[in-house]
Design a protein around this ligand. Structure first.
Ligand SMILES: [Zn+2]
Length: 257
């Protein structure tokens, strides 16, 4: 069993945990998961995640609007997010997940860019890190990151190329990896992993999604980060517990907890 696990990106408000949420969280904490960061999808989810995080002293959360929820960003959404964050700085440690997702048909590129930009500005104003979700939008994402220059940001669930990883690192940002590293077709992501300096690397599950092999397709929870860490350690040629502890330290510094 490993200790010092920091799952830097999870979704415990997801309906997949409706039956046993509190038990799962208590159980994984007793089994080596030291800290949990909740990433969120919408303003409503930001409020729910904040409420959930208040039950556990080892749980923190983000606030923000995911590109797939861009249509929920209406009117004074930035003011609402700012108010929620400033009133709950003890628990809300990042703006996210925010970004661009051009995967599904019918997405509104302009709207996604607009709400991503406003939220990057908000994070800069509040001096908070950003959790970045980018799918099939590498160029637009890098352009916006170069324009808004977040002081601290992590590109999550990275599965891009080594070249893209280098660009992200050159912008001063962090990169985090999920169970994708254990998938059969993960060659590109494993090459990218080698480009990430030790102090810019974080691990996450993105649970309940992205369960690593041998649980692929099943409901994921933070304890499964062990499989991702084992794969990463194998590729980097280091000790798994050492890697877990180092990425935990990185997470603590990154989120300022
Ligand atoms: Zn996520």
């Amino acid at each position: 069993m490993y200790s010092d696990i920091f799952d830097t990106h999870s979704h415990y408000t997801d309906h997949a945990f409706d039956e046993d949420r509190m038990d799962v969280i208590k159980n994984i904490h007793e089994n080596g998961v030291k800290y949990i960061m909740l990433a969120v999808s919408s303003y409503e989810d930001s409020v729910q995640s904040l409420e959930l995080s208040r039950n556990f002293d080892f749980m923190y959360c983000a606030a923000g609007i995911h590109p797939e929820c861009a249509d929920t960003a209406e009117g004074d959404y930035i003011q609402k997010l700012e108010k929620l964050i400033t009133e709950n700085r003890d628990k809300i440690k990042a703006v996210g997940e925010i970004g661009l997702d051009y995967h599904y048909e019918g997405f509104d590129r302009e709207k996604q860019i607009e709400i991503y930009s406003r939220q990057l500005e908000l994070a800069n104003k509040l001096d908070l890190p950003v959790i970045i979700h980018a799918r099939e939008a590498t160029k637009d994402n890098l352009d916006l990151l170069k324009k808004y220059r977040p002081a601290k940001g992590v590109v999550h669930c990275f599965s891009g190329s080594a070249e893209t990883a280098r660009e992200i690192i050159n912008l001063g940002l962090h990169i985090s990896f999920t169970g994708v590293l254990t998938f059969k077709n993960a060659k590109k992501a494993l090459e990218a992993l080698k480009e990430v300096p030790a102090d810019r690397l974080m691990l996450e599950t993105d649970c309940p999604y992205m369960a690593p092999v041998p649980f692929r397709g099943k409901r994921c929870d933070s304890s499964m980060i062990a499989y991702t860490a084992e794969k990463a350690a194998e590729v980097l040629g280091c000790d798994t517990q050492e890697l877990i502890s180092r990425t935990c330290e990185n997470g603590i510094k990154f989120f300022g907890i």
